[in-house]
Design a protein around this ligand. Structure first.
Ligand SMILES: [Zn+2]
Length: 407
């Protein structure tokens, strides 16, 4: 094999190989790692010591004595204690901020309702909350590696410039620069920031921290909230498309004749039929957007209009699922976003509709709720900064997670 990488690239790749190996097989010793990677024991010794010093790895408790065979070599595991990732989701009517470990263990999370008005004042609010979380982590001796921010709209790749957020009415701005300016004002240290589309972020939460990491078949994560979007992952990570806009299923047209106007300017988009707004519209005579929590309360009180509205939203969601299955032949399709809080009340009519539109069709993916509930996009944004931090030349990174937040 010929290596054309620079020395520092090669070192980074070797460090990653060690981290990934320990993730897949915890408790390996330095000698085991040398055997698995083909690197010399002295190279592994240096890399492991560096990774321990930087809090990526830790040694397991004191080695046990083996009968008549001396000491068992010290095992290594990922160090979940110090390194911290920040993730944020800018929603249409909420902001979520989390801090988590490198294996996705949530240290802090906060979900605030807010009114998106002006871009600048909304970002002030987000920056204040993140600054508060940064100080909280700092005071607990957690080291913040970086911040990922998910946004409900199109993000140009590779420059991560926000192209348009249709449901917020914001377009064409450099979110990284705007946030960096605010953190500088707050005298925070410089840390890497990455921007990711909310549906892509949600898919990354499954890919990096969730059960999907153990199964590399394609997965489509559909986020249903005020908007609708999909994130697609396969063996090599996120599939972004040419400009980073893959998965914009919310604006594929489902009802061209007599369809309702959509925020994008078209008529009869998926978002007009399968979304929080579509369900709100079935329940109010004006254009008010009802919160999912309000509609959940009404459902719990036996409101038949909410049930009928969910049956209709679920019916169209089932058709979307059928279309996605046909386009991409994924192993799993998972449903997340605020509307997924309805759980069975949405999933049952959606799956019934999917099956009704699947006669004679052999493409039958596993359809389920997402693992991380309302934290999926913010956790996935944190996963995005972890990938960016570690990944040289596009090599995907997979990390384990202790448990599922949602059964
Ligand atoms: Zn549209």
């Amino acid at each position: 094999m010929t290596f054309t990488s620079s020395h520092s690239d090669l070192k980074q790749i070797n460090r990653l190989a060690v981290i990934n190996l320990i993730k897949k097989q915890p408790s390996l010793s330095r000698a085991d790692i040398a055997k698995h990677t083909g690197l010399t024991k002295s190279t592994i010794g240096k890399i492991v010591q560096e990774l321990i010093d930087e809090h990526w790895l830790q040694e397991e408790d004191a080695p046990t004595l083996l009968e008549g065979a001396g000491r068992r070599p010290t095992g290594l595991t990922l160090d979940n204690r110090t390194l911290t990732l920040l993730g944020a989701e800018i929603g249409v009517d909420f902001i979520t901020v989390i801090a988590c470990s490198i294996t996705g263990e949530v240290r802090f999370h906060s979900n605030l309702p807010y009114q998106h008005n002006q871009l600048e004042s909304s970002l002030d609010q987000l920056a204040d909350l993140l600054t508060h979380v940064w100080h909280m982590m700092h005071s607990m001796n957690h080291h913040v590696l970086g911040l990922g921010i998910s946004v409900p709209g199109m993000v140009n790749m590779p420059n991560e410039h926000v192209a348009v957020l249709p449901n917020l009415g914001w377009q064409n701005f450099n979110l990284i620069e705007l946030m960096r300016a605010r953190f500088t004002m707050q005298q925070l240290p410089l840390f890497p920031i990455t921007i990711v589309n909310d549906a892509n972020a949600a898919a990354l939460s499954e890919f990096v921290f969730g059960r999907s990491q153990f199964n590399r078949n394609p997965l489509v994560h559909i986020t249903v909230g005020v908007g609708v979007g999909a994130g697609i992952t396969s063996e090599n990570g996120l599939y972004r498309g040419t400009n980073g806009w893959a998965g914009e299923i919310g604006h594929s047209v489902l009802q061209p004749i007599n369809g309702l106007p959509c925020a994008c300017g078209q008529y009869g988009c998926v978002e007009t039929l399968v979304s929080q707004r579509a369900l709100s519209r079935a329940l109010t005579s004006d254009s008010a957007l009802l919160s999912v929590e309000h509609m959940q309360r009404r459902l719990a009180q036996g409101d038949v209009a909410v049930k009928a509205g969910l049956d209709e939203v679920g019916y169209y969601l089932g058709i979307v699922l059928r279309n996605v299955a046909n386009y991409l032949n994924p192993e799993s399709i998972v449903i997340g976003g605020p509307m997924s809080q309805f759980e069975d009340a949405l999933m049952k009519p959606a799956i019934a509709s999917f099956q009704a539109h699947s006669k004679g069709n052999l493409i039958l993916p596993n359809i389920r709720l997402c693992e991380f509930g309302l934290l999926a996009s913010s956790l996935g944004a944190a996963a995005a900064i972890l990938i960016k931090h570690l990944e040289p030349n596009g090599i995907p990174v997979h990390f384990s997670h202790q448990g599922l937040l949602r059964k």
